[in-house]
Design a protein around this ligand. Sequence first.
Ligand SMILES: *Cc1c(COP(=O)(O)O)cnc(C)c1O
Length: 387
Amino acid sequence: MNNKFETNAIRTQLARSQNLEHSVPMYLTSSFVFEDAEDMRASFAEEKERNIYSRYSNPNSSEFIDKVCQMEGAEAGFAFASGMAAVFSTFAALLESGDHILSARSIFGSTHALFNNFFPKWNISHSYFKINELETIEELITPHTKILYAESPTNPGVDILDLEALGNIAKKHKLILIIDNCFASPYLQQPIKYGADLVIHSGTKLMDGQGRVLAGVTVGNSILIDKIYRFSRMSGPALSPFNAWVLSKSLETLAVRVDRHCENALKLAEFLEGHDKVNWVRYPFLKSHPKYEIAKKQMKAGGCVVAFEVKGGLEAGQQFFDSIKLLSLSANLGDSRSIVTHPASTTHSKLTEQERAETGITDGMVRVSVGLEHIDDIIGDITQALS
Ligand SMILES: *Cc1c(COP(=O)(O)O)cnc(C)c1O
């Protein structure tokens, strides 16, 4: 099929059953039946591709995975119960004791916690490179380095990493490049084009887009995905068919939703840039963003997250949050409802002060996940809270 993104998002779907349904139904079944003894034997011997048990595969999950593969230009994938299940299972399936991960410093808090608090138990080490010093990456590669890992845009600082540069380094040193593409969504950015071997998403964010379900997915190179599949079908982090069905429906509207998220976010960022109570604003498609040119090259639009700093530090920041009326104080993002977060006291409070400084998180920093309400109302609430 040579159709466009929007068309594939809608028309990639399971074959109709004998009921000729138009919209794909939900397959809430834990297992599947065999025709006879030979069918059962051949199925378990993997001589034929078919559903056996929903921990391994399920029609709704398969449809969801197919859509994400289409969107990302990937060969294969596996769907997980959450974004973190995808992150953990991907690493656990690919790494051996003694291996080393080289990761960007600015990554999702729970991923950082896995690297720091749990992977050392299995003798898996990591080091971090600073996202504005990609030239230092090669010095940090050791003979044990197996995976190069990054997110772009980053959370919560909305920094941009040059995916093509990362792709070249990974290729030169034969590292597996894994990109957590959750902040961009597959609509805005496809890291495989730049050399990523695997792409991870938390489906909880823009993919669902309505704050209903947790989900995760890893897509990419089919040999690597097969290893992830073999590990996951035994360890059991599979996405539920119900959530897969919800996600698959959500992807039908991903393009129109993300277009509006980005339009609203850019308007908010431009408004805040001229505001006298604001120190700085960061949004990838603002000309003032230090990586504006790279963002323009690798992203279709700037995404739904805007970061800014309220003048007056922690106290002014807290006053701002207490004055918010319409927007939600919550930790999620990519929701139709706009959400404001204070990273220093919430999502990144477990980092030391130095770690926060290294990731660019200041006390007065506010992260806004710009939703789908009317932009005048979003700007109105933030304006009254700032004053
Ligand atoms: C939310 C998030 C995750 C984790 O996803 P869950 O679905 O919450 O488990 C991983 N990476 C990034 C960048 C995220 O924003």
